[in-house]
Design a binder for this molecule. Sequence first.
Ligand code: GUN
Ligand code: ZN
Length: 428
Amino acid sequence: MNTSTFWRAPVLHFLGDPEQGEQNWEYFDDGGLLVESGFIKACGPAETVLKQLPEDCEVRELPGKLIVPGFIDTHVHYPQLEVMAGCGVQLLDWLEQYTFPAEAKFSDAEYAKEIAELFLDQCLSHGTTTALVFGTVAPQSVDAFFEAAKKRNMRMIAGKVMMDRNAPDYLLDTPESSYEDSEQLIDRWHNKGRLSYAVTPRFAPTSSSRQLYMAGRLLKEYKDLYFHTHLSENPREIEWVQALFPDSQHYLDVYDQHGLLGPRSVFAHSIHLCDQSWDRMAETDSSIACCPGSNLFLGSGLFNFSKAKKKNIRVGLGTDVGGGTSLCLLSTMKDAYQVSQLSENTISPLQAFYLATLGGARTLHLDDRIGNFQVGNEADFLVLNPEATPLLKFRTEKTKTLEELLGVLMVMGDDRVIEKAIVMGQET
Ligand code: GUN
Ligand code: ZN
């Protein structure tokens, strides 16, 4: 079997934050990516890479396309596909009216399997090759998800929701059952192939202090687990947290008091943060999944890109489907750009593509494996078609620079731009 493929096309990837200098990104107009047994063997100008081709190498020539690393969605709920675009309410009412009833269905393992398969297929057709994913409170929802991810050989991180109060009875666990169920899932799935586990209390209002303590215990007992939750998304939510945890100084402090901050902790949203929270976030090297599409749809608020940058906090982009309205990170990049226009620092199209690729990988501590085309990395990448629709073709033909092209792709593009998603060197 042929295990080497040479992909010849324009290639873009990042070695660091493009804002910090031109040395942090590479673009090869006539580029080449050599993939061997699922890993990147070489990346550079086609002429250079051509010299390294093994004899039996398959050659794929894709002039006019653009190869970029697979997109990384740092916050998404797979059981919420069916509540996407549920209009009329903000976060807390949205959870009650739309989300909780939908998540209840995932105690049915067959249903969970069906939706996990649909979700992952849709991730791929929308350009996402890795994601940090919420399951539901039902452990079978997470088994179904990991089974489906394993079948596709996708690098995925997921966890069972821990939730022992302030939700309908049919969705509640207990501190002990959530600990045990999570432990069994960790044993079955954590660090198995390309899969990792995230300890996932939904958010402070739906966990007792004892349950948050149990979450912290899991983090101490197992190596390399992720911690994944929501933080400071909506003003009513924040007031509620203060009432439920009167001894906390602020929302983040609730998690802090339970030992839940750290380099592998990812806090979705983090919109309305006080100065102490920003400082604690930075001191503990915790990271943020910024979800501008969801924040606009649910009327939650605007993420402060300038502050995150000043504090040097790792930020990735999240679709937050079903609060978000698209699974496509191109759409999230557009929302991020538009939100940043209202802050002190507008992010550039290059910066947006960085956030969706290497920025996401850094947020998830996976930048030694995915997020760019460093030799030895896992070959997860996309072939983008800048001429996917007549209007895109018309518009992109008029672009004069790479930056301009990227801007048009993120603002006008959607899943039709994603021509192929390649996972570990294999076309999907
Ligand atoms: N906060 C707690 N649960 C959720 C959820 O499912 N989606 C969003 N966007 N925020 C939450
Ligand atoms: Zn969410």
